[in-house]
Ligand binder design. Structure first.
Ligand SMILES: [Zn+2]
Length: 241
């Protein structure tokens, strides 16, 4: 009886090893193709930054444009910094504004060349958008370390393409426009009640309707002791999720 159960035990171990033997190469094979393994992809997209310190990152997408100087003024008045995810051809059209963003101790990052839905493009077109966006900034002497896909939509291929350029993909955990649609002029109240250390806040250069809320949000964050930083400044403070 003892021998029999011993044999049974051994065969169970063999079965288990066989399953692991099959499962492990399969896991690696999934990651060996063009796409990053799903698990790795999750770790390469940042929505917020893990920190217990009262600090957030503020980000502005789609510029630079005629509203950018006004936003730079708001930031300066509030002692805040932000990361500007700029569209490549807008950056080349407004080189002086890219310079003004940097001169205000803010950060410039890649938001593609022409702001397409990346996931609707062919693999080569998707890569081209990301590479051309980075190339436009390189022409201005800027070498971004963050990439944000338009509309927040990206495949693991896009994450990999950005990473190959030294750019990590960052989305957001709180969005001013979204809260403005829901709460109107009370969006800043709602955001101040719900903001957490490490949040990454999305806003846009060209949404003047939200500028009142933006200014009150900046003042409210300051009153509550929150530092408003670039993504790089926030990321330097703590380990990302
Ligand atoms: Zn955008």
């Amino acid at each position: 009886m003892g021998n029999r159960s011993g044999r049974l035990g051994a065969s169970r171990v063999l079965v288990a090893l066989a399953i692991i033997g099959v499962a492990l190469p399969w896991q690696f094979a999934r990651g060996a193709g063009n796409a990053l393994p799903r698990r790795q992809m999750r770790h390469e997209i940042f929505y917020r930054i893990r920190t217990s310190q009262p600090m957030v990152a503020l980000t502005f997408d789609d510029g630079p444009n005629s509203y950018t100087p006004q936003i730079l003024g708001f930031l300066r008045d509030a002692g805040a910094h932000a990361t500007f995810f700029v569209v490549g051809h807008h950056a080349l059209d407004h080189r002086d504004l890219v310079r003004a963003i940097i001169d205000g101790d803010n950060e410039v990052a890649n938001h593609t060349w022409d702001h397409p839905h990346l996931t609707a493009l062919l693999e080569s077109e998707q890569k081209d958008e990301i590479v051309r966006g980075a190339g436009a900034l390189a022409e201005l002497g800027v070498h971004p370390v963050w990439f944000r896909p338009p509309y927040g939509l990206i495949s693991s291929l896009g994450v990999r393409d950005a990473l190959a350029l030294g750019e990590r993909t960052v989305l957001w955990s709180m969005a001013l426009d979204h809260e403005y649609r829901l709460h109107g002029e009370h969006a800043d109240d709602y955001m101040l009640r719900n903001v957490r250390p490490g949040d990454i806040i999305l806003a846009h250069d060209a949404r003047p309707k939200t500028f009142g809320c933006l200014q009150r949000l900046l003042a409210g964050l300051r009153e509550r002791g929150f530092a408003v930083l670039t993504v790089s400044e926030l990321a330097a403070e703590a380990k990302p999720f």
